[in-house]
Write a protein that binds this ligand. Structure first.
Ligand code: GLU
Length: 591
């Protein structure tokens, strides 16, 4: 049996939610939001209708991760035409943004201060993105898809462990602004697991949008409240920390509908997110750099989690992230040679730098003619928490949605729009803090701040196709680690013959810069098979860093939260899988 056939047989036998007929499947990181999507499917809505309902519900029940104060990328696959689109509702910089705004005196602001000031707030896109998708491909009215979220906000829901943990470990973000504190720390006491959370201001906002449409948000009273809220700075930053968004910026916000970036790995096709995300380009580059290695071949030492496999994965990540740091940004604003990253000749030469038995010195970004090789400027590095969220839906007709949606850091800017009950993003801190543009060095400053530009993202909603047919849609949160979470799952499916649920459960490896400090998962019972101590020691011997002392278990991280739907091309059967790293939930809707 071929590896691919084995995967699908395993899919059919797996314990993940499987349908006997092509029913609708919703896979979401939070059960109440999953139920919102399932309700819409049960009412006869399609995947796009259900996605709208899930997004609005997540704003209520996972407010620390995504919502109408943020942005995202929604992959939509249409069964009838076979077309795939991305709805790009990424936040944009306001007209008055400038390349030096995060380093006004030549010194970069610190991330904790910059990201909790109004300066970090990008013009939000989520509501217009969802509305655009509904108008194009949905069958329901915006108001109908808002109904489950309005109920959850008005009548409340039970705080789950993950929301309670994010309130408890909030880096102070739910405490800086009184409106945010009042919701999540009523009377100064952080909400705990099992507490009931009612959000009347948010319910009012969602009702207003249901009756007046997105104009209430982009031109009406909510717009005025957003502009005022983001004028809030941090004392430590003085006026430099105040947001620069105006009513005109909100009125001028536009969603982009993008064609997918197409990648190839072995005999599979991948449809991924193009710039302004690095998600598709960097994922596809890593896959291409790895393609010459016999991953999955246990006899040659390339089984799952073996030292050889983890070594070549690390080296490929280091090379691709070196390229990402210099070449990738919003190419609407800064057209660059970024697609040259997937040029076969470039990739062959780049892959030749990976040696199976030797760790490379810190690589530079590659030479993408016509620019010369440039020294990669060290990109802002910070710990990536489990912010953002991803969900996937397939409806009974085979339409699919794979949607990564965010307010950037957990709790975004921490700024709640007073009276309206939703959080504003801090997405503009995804730009370079120090401008990188340097014509003499050939650095295009691809991710420097500029008016109306979208900050570079890592979000990577993905559609996997076999023989031209979609077989899986998935993605993950986790900042730059997103690319690696999606990579790990893809290799697990294609090379290691896992079911989707096994591919999600298995421990992940992530390296997000050229220097190459490894982060790897372990310590949770479902993460099988674990990266062994012997494997970790072998990697240390090769010179890899980030694993701690020899003989100890250096794989203790938790990375990402992957939700997925799968389609068996032979039978048309739909399935789903969700991530135990959060309260991942799969619901099947029969008809
Ligand atoms: N700001 C992040 C990005 O766009 C959001 C995703 C995440 O942090 O999980 O890459």
């Amino acid at each position: 049996m071929t590896r691919i056939a084995r995967w699908f047989v395993l899919c059919l036998l797996s314990a993940s939610a499987l349908a006997a007929s092509p029913d609708g499947i919703v896979a979401v990181s939070q059960p109440a939001a999953a139920a919102a999507g399932a309700r819409i499917l049960a009412q006869g809505g399609n995947a796009i209708d259900a996605a709208a309902a899930v997004q609005f519900a997540l704003n209520v029940v996972e407010p620390q991760s995504s919502g109408i104060g943020g942005g995202g990328f929604m992959l939509v696959h249409l069964a009838k035409t076979g077309e795939t689109f991305f709805v790009d509702s990424r936040e944009r910089a306001p007209a008055h943004a400038s390349a030096d705004m995060f380093a006004p005196d030549g010194l970069p602001m610190t991330f904790p201060l910059a990201s909790t000031s109004g300066l970090a707030v990008g013009v939000p896109g989520t509501l217009l993105g969802v509305d655009t998708a509904l108008r194009r491909w949905g069958t329901m009215k915006l108001a109908d898809t808002l109904a489950p979220a309005i109920e959850l906000a008005e009548y409340g829901f039970r705080v789950n462990r993950f929301l309670a943990e994010d309130i408890a470990n909030d880096d102070g973000r739910t405490q800086i602004q009184p409106e945010t504190a009042a919701t999540f720390r009523p009377g100064g006491v952080p909400l705990a697991e099992g507490d009931w959370l009612v959000q009347p201001a948010l319910a009012k906002t969602l009702k207003l949008i249901a009756s007046k449409g997105p104009n209430a948000f982009y031109r009406g009273p909510i717009a005025r409240a957003i502009v005022k809220a983001q004028q809030r700075g941090r004392n430590e930053l003085g006026d430099a920390g105040k947001g620069r968004m105006t009513l005109a910026d909100l009125a001028q916000y536009r969603v982009a509908i993008r064609q997918p970036l197409i990648g190839h790995y072995r005999d599979w096709i991948l449809a991924g997110m193009p710039p302004p995300s690095s998600g598709g380009l960097t994922l596809f580059e890593i896959l291409k750099l790895l393609e010459r290695f016999p991953l999955g071949d246990v006899a040659q030492g390339y089984g799952f989690g073996s030292p050889k496999t983890l070594h070549v994965m690390t080296e490929a990540m280091r090379l691709a992230f070196a390229d990402r740091a210099v070449w990738i940004g919003d190419d609407d604003a800064a057209p660059a040679a970024q697609r040259a990253l997937l040029n076969p000749d470039y990739l062959t030469a780049r892959s030749a730098l990976i040696q199976p038995n030797r760790r490379m010195d810190t690589p530079q970004a590659g030479d993408l003619t016509p620019w010369h090789a440039v020294q990669p400027k060290s990109a802002r590095t910070r710990e990536e928490s489990l912010h953002t969220t991803h969900f996937a839906i397939v409806d009974r007709w085979g339409n699919m949605v794979s949607y990564t949606t965010t307010i950037e850091y957990t709790w975004g800017s921490g700024i709640t729009v007073p009276g309206y009950g939703f959080l504003l993003n801090n997405e503009l801190t995804d730009f370079n803090f120090l401008p990188g543009a340097d014509p003499a060095e050939g650095n295009p400053g691809a991710n420097d701040v500029a008016p109306f530009k979208r900050p570079r993202s890592s979000m990577a909603p993905l559609l996997l196709l076999k023989d031209g047919k979609p077989v899986a849609a998935y993605g993950s949160p986790g900042g730059a680690t997103i690319i690696n979470s999606v990579l790990n799952v893809t290799l697990n499916l294609i090379d290691h013959g896992m079911t989707m649920q096994q591919a999600i459960d298995a421990p992940r490896l992530s390296v997000t810069n050229a220097i190459g400090k490894m982060n790897c998962e372990g310590g949770q019972a479902f993460m099988q098979p674990p990266f062994s101590l012997a494997t970790q020691d072998a990697l240390r011997t090769l010179g890899h860093t980030g694993l701690g002392e020899a003989g100890t278990d250096g794989c203790r991280e938790t990375i990402g939260s992957v939700q997925a739907v799968v389609v068996d091309p032979a039978t048309g059967t739909h399935g789903g899988a969700a991530d135990p790293r959060r309260e991942g939930t799969v619901i099947r809707v029969g008809h």
